[in-house]
Write a protein that binds this ligand. Structure first.
Ligand code: GDP
Length: 298
């Protein structure tokens, strides 16, 4: 997804190599090129502005150190600031002191929530947890069946409303699932919720009600990295309407520009915790800001 951005930044920084000293004009010119590369990759404007201001300030104030030549110093600064924008440290899942830990998924329809539920469950199972998926998307036809299929593939339990029992009331399903988790000793409960094609009030209210009913340790906002600048506006709408504790970027295997998704952390202040890069359950991992920055800077 970040090949073009990566190529652009690498070539901008390449131009600095071989220079013995960098003048302020060199730094300004480099900053301008980086700015264009970021904007063309769809990184949100306020994020670009802050980023560029920091690069300039730090590059101009940098002491010439023995170990690094000026070009290497700028590359180091760009790398560090990119890691910072992506969230700095990898943020681990918060686990409940008394199980079950509840993880709620929220996001637009098609963002990849149901797929993510399976991926996350498989990943947690690999770490020794006994997760259970909960089907609270009662809007979309087939959503419950889809979650059951995903659970079977991941080899984990699923809690879904029996036909005629709780159908249409996702809050009740979420609440009841906690009793089932305690009974069957599942230490993590992953609640899949309904998404709409666009942000709407009813969706927000339902997600807020589920959140209030089950007090999740984590609410993960799931966002398709392919949707460009809408990733930022949707994130803001979910932050204000439901609130979330972390972000999951999906479809990083796509060929869109992706910079908008990379802006979500800086715009909402919430960490990117996981990344999905394919349709298979194993196409998934914790999000590491330093690794992503290295990938982007080539
Ligand atoms: P939901 O409506 O949010 O539950 O979204 P789904 O989990 O049903 O996913 C919507 C579509 O996106 C499905 O066709 C998934 O196979 C696909 N999908 C989900 N995650 C990824 C991903 O990381 N990469 C790709 N290429 N496709 C994905």
């Amino acid at each position: 997804m970040f090949d073009t951005l990566s190529d652009r930044l690498t070539s901008v920084l390449q131009n600095l190599r071989g220079k013995g000293r960098l003048t302020d004009a060199d730094i300004d010119a480099t900053a301008r090129e980086i700015r264009i590369a970021l904007l063309e990759a769809d990184v949100a404007l306020p994020v670009v502005r802050t980023f560029i201001a920091k690069i300039k300030e730090r590059a101009k104030g940098a002491e010439v150190s023995g170990a690094l030549n000026p070009a290497q110093q700028v590359i180091k600064i760009v790398n560090e600031e990119l890691v910072a924008i992506l969230g700095g440290e990898t943020r681990r899942l918060n686990l409940a002191k008394t199980p079950p830990t509840v993880i709620m998924l929220a996001g637009l329809q098609g963002a990849g929530k149901t797929t993510l539920a399976g991926k996350l469950a498989r990943w947690l199972k690999g770490q020794g947890h006994a997760p259970m998926l909960v089907a609270c998307d009662l809007q979309r036809p087939n959503a419950v069946t889809q979650l059951q299929v995903v659970a079977e593939r991941a080899g984990v339990a699923v809690y879904a409303p029996e036909p005629g029992n709780g159908v249409g009331d996702p809050v009740k399903v979420a609440r009841d699932s906690l009793d089932e988790a305690r009974r069957a000793q599942h230490d993590v409960v992953i609640v899949d919720t309904a998404g709409r094609l666009g942000v709407d009030e009813e969706l927000m209210r339902q997600a807020s009600d589920i959140r209030a009913a089950v007090s999740p340790e984590e609410v993960l906002f799931v966002v398709d990295a392919m949707i460009g600048q809408d990733a930022v506006t949707t994130a803001e709408a979910f932050r204000d309407g439901v609130g979330f504790t972390g972000v999951v970027l999906t479809k990083l295997d796509g060929d869109a520009r992706g910079g908008a998704a990379l802006s979500v952390r800086e715009v909402t202040g919430m960490p990117i915790m996981f990344a999905s890069n394919g349709e298979k359950l194993e196409d998934f991992d914790a999000f590491h800001p330093d690794r992503m920055a290295s990938r982007i800077l080539g």
